[in-house]
Design a protein. Structure first.
Length: 172
């Protein structure tokens, strides 16, 4: 503060930090009071289903709402907690450069609300799966901006979209 005394965060600010990080209150206070680290044995981790982007367009890997279904999924452990519906897609190739590189893992949340500017994974009725930036979505169409300038932006009628899911984390 301006008078030189320490300024403490409000409980509202602390609640927002805990919510954003997915930490428990105990984990958070342990970090503040301790040496700033959580022992690996106490760290919360989540395992989520993992599939390569190349396989994602094939039938049988997703239900109609974009949730993992069927066989062929591996598991990947995350450094943080995930929801029960989260899953991972592994980038294959260079079509998403410069943002995502070959081997990067994208954590996708099918139930998360999407809005303009979000990075999303979209599956078309024809089976094409793509990662793009959501520019606009109306009842009639969705406009998607390519992550790679070598690939065109897309304006797709909603009748041709099977599902849209938000990318909530990427291993970069």
């Amino acid at each position: 503060s301006s008078d030189g005394r320490p300024r403490w965060p409000s409980t509202e600010s602390l609640a927002k930090i805990i919510e954003a990080t997915g930490a428990s209150l105990e984990e958070f206070t342990g970090l503040v009071e301790g040496d700033g680290s959580i022992p690996a044995s106490q760290a919360r981790r989540s395992a989520v289903p993992l599939l390569g982007f190349a396989q994602a367009g094939a039938g049988g890997f997703f239900d109609d709402a974009g949730y993992p279904a069927g066989q062929g999924w591996d598991l990947v452990e995350l450094p943080a907690r995930a929801t029960a519906s989260s899953y991972a897609l592994q980038v294959q190739g260079d079509s998403m450069l410069p943002l995502y590189r070959n081997g990067d893992v994208l954590i996708v949340e099918p139930g998360a609300a999407t809005r303009k500017g979000d990075r999303v994974v979209v599956k078309t009725v024809a089976g094409e799966v793509m990662a793009k930036v959501l520019a606009r979505q109306t009842v009639k169409s969705i406009v998607l901006v390519s992550l790679n300038p070598d690939h065109p932006d897309r304006d797709i009628p909603m009748r041709d979209i099977e599902w849209v899911a938000r990318i909530v984390w990427a291993s970069q």
